[in-house]
Design a protein around this ligand. Sequence first.
Ligand code: GRF
Length: 216
Amino acid sequence: MARLKVGVLISGRGSNMRALLEAAADPAFPAEIVLVISNNPAAGGLEVARGFGVATAAIDHRKRTREAFEAEVDSALRAAGVAFVCLAGFMRILTAGFVSAWQGRMVNIHPSLLPSFKGVHVHEQALAAGVRFSGCSVHFVVPEMDDGPIIIQAAVPVRQDDTPATLAARVLLAEHEIYPKALRWAAEGRLIARGNTVEVSGAGAAAPYLVNPVAQ
Ligand code: GRF
């Protein structure tokens, strides 16, 4: 069966992108990464992607209007035959026009248990709130930031002595587990929209899916 052609949008080091690339390196994985785009030409993830033999594009948002930036991203994705988009540490807010063009075919990973702690400084927010668990979420992208139907989440404990950095590192391990899983489900056509929620069909789709990342 043809593999789902995926474009990944990054802004930085791209460790989630790497997790997707590593999963897709298995020919049996139902999706392939055909293009990685960064709005930041200095993103370390671009080099990582090239190391996997994947085409990359740097489209610097600072040198374009928002409309021109999004138009270039959109046409690069389409030219590469991309059918599904993964945002992986992509630090630009996308307009409603771009989102609606890809709605239902674009997902994001966020380092909290949504709908808690949207936006930036997520781990600071979690520590300030005194939660005993944090985690990460993969969700479909809608025009509202860090909103949209949730596909998968993983919870990790918050420790008494956590700093934003130690919590971020623990959450990141869980991110690397759940993002490839979400992409696999999408590529297998197993995500069924039910209003604002997503049902995962088929065998092995234990819901809720819990990961137990290595304690740090
Ligand atoms: C991750 O924590 C992701 O959830 C958030 O930004 C970070 C990106 O890290 N949106 P990386 O570039 O994937 O390593």
